[in-house]
Design a protein around this ligand. Sequence first.
Ligand SMILES: Nc1ncnc2c1ncn2[C@@H]1O[C@H](COP(=O)(O)OP(=O)(O)OP(=O)(O)O)[C@@H](O)[C@H]1O
Ligand SMILES: C[C@H](N)[C@H](N)CCCCCC(=O)O
Ligand SMILES: [Mg+2]
Length: 225
Amino acid sequence: MNESRAWFVAGTDTGIGKTFATAALIHAARKQGHRTLGMKPIAAGAELVGSERINEDAALLRAAGSFDPGLGLINPYCLMAPIAPHIAAAEEGVSIEPGRVIDCFNTLSAAADRIFVEGVGGFRVPLGPAYDTADLASDLGLPVILVVGLRLGCISHSLLTIDAILGRGLSLAGWVANCIDPTMLRREGNIDSLRTRIDAPLLARLPFVEGGDASSVSHLCTLPG
Ligand SMILES: Nc1ncnc2c1ncn2[C@@H]1O[C@H](COP(=O)(O)OP(=O)(O)OP(=O)(O)O)[C@@H](O)[C@H]1O
Ligand SMILES: C[C@H](N)[C@H](N)CCCCCC(=O)O
Ligand SMILES: [Mg+2]
């Protein structure tokens, strides 16, 4: 097995294509022969299947991976309400513990060559009274891939997020331009504006794909480094 490599996948907001892009990156890594997994440490929004809580992101990343290590490792914190996770956790009396996330990550890391860890929402989503997703990214210490949901406003969201990533002493391994709004005006001009301002490689330009099948665009992805 190759030396394991992993990235934290952040996004400019919720609903902008982190899961879509992560799944595409997973398929791209698998095509290169890597045993690859996705991880969704914290998720908010689930359905009960039997007695099991299923979050859509976690299910998609599990399906994209080379093998199934079990949702307990992929998604250690699955909250029911599709709301801010710290509020959902408080309502359920759950305390999100970084150590448990890191233990699950380390277990996955021992079994896979490549791991993509998807955050939740944007880069600074609270996970408790004094901890947020940026803290988790820092504790994991992984290089970050930023997924930019291409819509009006994404330039500022991208640059602010990158300031926050670098401000935590994390590295930006690259970014993904994801077309979530097919009606966006001057999309190319926005992408060019981002390219000239982001000091990291553009790893993929993902088109709008009706039905959202990420595997169909994995060939458009370049893996970091
Ligand atoms: N390039 C695309 N083409 C078509 N549909 C897309 C694309 N990117 C994202 N979507 C769709 O938009 C919705 C939101 O995308 P996604 O779930 O990946 O966002 P997210 O950033 O992971 O959200 P969350 O913060 O909840 O994790 C999904 O239904 C997804 O299938
Ligand atoms: C429920 C949704 N799909 C996301 N998983 C959670 C987004 C939390 C956003 C919190 C915030 O920044 O206001
Ligand atoms: Mg997601």
